[in-house]
Design a protein around this ligand. Sequence first.
Ligand SMILES: Nc1nc2c(c(=O)[nH]1)N[C@H]1C(S)=C(S)[C@@H](COP(=O)(O)OP(=O)(O)OC[C@H]3O[C@@H](n4cnc5c(=O)[nH]c(N)nc54)[C@H](O)[C@@H]3O)O[C@H]1N2
Ligand SMILES: Nc1nc2c(c(=O)[nH]1)N[C@H]1C(S)=C(S)[C@@H](COP(=O)(O)OP(=O)(O)OC[C@H]3O[C@@H](n4cnc5c(=O)[nH]c(N)nc54)[C@H](O)[C@@H]3O)O[C@H]1N2
Ligand code: SF4
Ligand SMILES: [Mo]
Length: 671
Amino acid sequence: MEVKQISACPLNCWDTCGFTVTVDSDTVTKVEGNKQHPVTKGHICSRGRMLETRTNSSLRITKPLKKVDGHFEKISWEQALDEIAEKLIVTKEVYGTTAVLHSHDYSNNGLLKNLDYRFFNCYGGVTEVVGSLCWGAGIEAQIWDFGNSAAHAPEDIFNSKHVVVWGRNAASTNIHLFANLIEAKKKGIHVTVIDPLHHQTAKLADTFIAVRPGMDGLLAIGIMKVLKTMNALAEDFIRKHTYGYEEFDKYIDNISMDEIVEQTSVTEKIIHELAYQYSNGPTTTYLGLGLQRYANGGHTIRLIDALVAVSGNIGIRGGGANYGHLPVGQSFDVGNLLLESRKKNSRTFTRMNQAEKILSESEPPIKMAFVSRGNPLTQLPDTNRVEEAFASIETVVVIDQFMTDTAELADYILPCSTVFEEEDIYYASMYHSYVNYGPKLVTPKGEAKSDLWIWRELATRLGFGEDFAFSEEEFLRMGLKSLEAKGITLEKIKEEGFVKLPVPDVPWADFTFKTPSGKYEFTTTLPLLEGEEGALSFQYPLESVISSKCKKFPYHLLSKHPARSNHSQNYHLLDDKRVIVEISEKIGLEKELTDGEEVIIWNERGEVTGHVKIMKKAHDDTINIDEGRWKKLGGSVNVLTSSGRSEIGLGGIQYDCLVDIKKSASALGKM
Ligand SMILES: Nc1nc2c(c(=O)[nH]1)N[C@H]1C(S)=C(S)[C@@H](COP(=O)(O)OP(=O)(O)OC[C@H]3O[C@@H](n4cnc5c(=O)[nH]c(N)nc54)[C@H](O)[C@@H]3O)O[C@H]1N2
Ligand SMILES: Nc1nc2c(c(=O)[nH]1)N[C@H]1C(S)=C(S)[C@@H](COP(=O)(O)OP(=O)(O)OC[C@H]3O[C@@H](n4cnc5c(=O)[nH]c(N)nc54)[C@H](O)[C@@H]3O)O[C@H]1N2
Ligand code: SF4
Ligand SMILES: [Mo]
């Protein structure tokens, strides 16, 4: 019999949608939006709907697999867990616990997914990955500026006069912001999009500005210079509530408008228009994450924050520098779940250059790796190096649902359940402040098990079973402990399906900031790490038009997020077998390339073959290949990207990447 149940999207996404899922005879048959959800309002994207396909797919791994003589063989859970536990015990005895690497990312937003940390802490502490492929530079930037990264409630957009979408492809990545942009435009609110690519979000804008990649900080400086000449600075706010402005004020005087115009490719007229918008607020700014995946990414976000601050758009309705929304995650008692005190040893590798470390560290060497909620072979930069590194590890254990690039390299693959086959609660520290409930709706396919079941079974074999002797509900209650006093309990979340967390709708409304000085800080007073610069300034990206590398590799390569897949999760389920290489009209003319032609894009790290699509109105120097494609489906763009890190915040710099492009030999052969 068909039943409709409330559930939630687990994907790492701005929107964290509420679902209504149809279940028939222990099978999920349809995923729709829950119309009652106050933010997502019944509207979901194809990635959400495809979770039905992901759950029912015949490509699912349904039995534990072990690699024997280069081929996978099906084995029992008993055998898989016994052998893996034995290897963990021996590795600990011979090399110590940090010879085990836990390599993960955040493909599933469930609270219980954090229990992998609890497992490795109880084991004694392993080599962990730190830093972020996603948003690290910008988060650190906002911590320096405000003391935290907090967004305005989604509906606050309607209190704005102007909206600036700065490097966020909302139409594809944040569909409820996009819906609000459409609504805002209807109400006469002016929408500006600043992005090197003229994508769906840009098409909606009243004003589209094709900025050169990595130069947004300079653009923000240009706007601030004009605000100064207009006498349009929020002087009262600056005087009473900020620290370090004078130093910054002198700094921007020394940067010439000519340099700004030349390097950003934005005309002085447009810079004046932007200055008008910021001074004639309230103006809200939605920052994306793409513009900070550069070596200068932290200061890019800091300079845009500074613009929002000096124009008086902080702490007011309709204003804001919306980037991350950390108060959401900070509401939970995640620490309670992790048992950090059980960690006796520890070592950290930076997430983006874990490959280098795996290959070079010898005290102790990495003997064993666990991959959970991540697909490093596709998602980490510099794929060739990552492949070499993971192939060099004696035992690799991958917990996943499908035979990904990473799973192919594993020695053991443990099949895990999907969102509809397990219970959890879901939230994202990105856009809105709701937590959603996801009950277990169907029996896991084949012999798939939840990540938690796997950790529990291994813990029992390793002698710390009592640390995992809790049910899903008991663990969820542990994580919700901090919210109980505010009336938010598991019962309430279950009953209502979603609950708003006690997070302000307008951050910093009392102008008290969480920085050491309590003020908005243009110069940070936080302790600095080696090489960090506390004063606010613009640095060029590592690979830019002014770098010597540009003579050899003249084009900027971006790798934005794919529309129909969350990163690498759907490519194998889509009828989409071609790598699409989007190039600007100017590159098309320079290289005599037309739509559909086969091309090679390369740099010193690797090469990718794909088919041309000319992008209209994109910045002249720009190429884009969407990220997430598996090697066996044409290859990941990360073959070309750098494992470097941002100047602050241990962020990835995948978009700080120069390449060249040519017709492929096979294409030339046909001419
Ligand atoms: N469809 C879909 N949605 C997703 C995801 C997905 O994989 N697919 N992933 C989710 C996740 S984990 C994240 S982190 C978010 C990210 O959400 P977004 O920030 O919207 O997306 P990204 O693809 O990270 O960033 C790409 C945008 O940054 C622009 N950009 C790149 N360089 C620059 C620059 O120098 N200046 C400016 N101004 N813009 C620049 C790109 O052209 C593109 O429009 O999306 C989430 N939503
Ligand atoms: N070049 C380039 N590279 C990028 C980016 C970019 O813009 N450009 N974006 C970066 C960003 S923003 C991010 S967030 C990362 C994302 O990187 P990842 O999180 O590694 O990517 P995903 O493809 O979302 O998920 C990885 C795997 O998790 C599995 N999975 C899903 N649910 C579960 C679960 O419940 N348990 C377990 N064990 N596994 C599960 C999926 O099947 C999938 O194979 O990629 C980064 N890489
Ligand atoms: S992927 Fe994002 S927009 Fe799509 S259904 Fe999930 S939370 Fe909603
Ligand atoms: Mo991300």
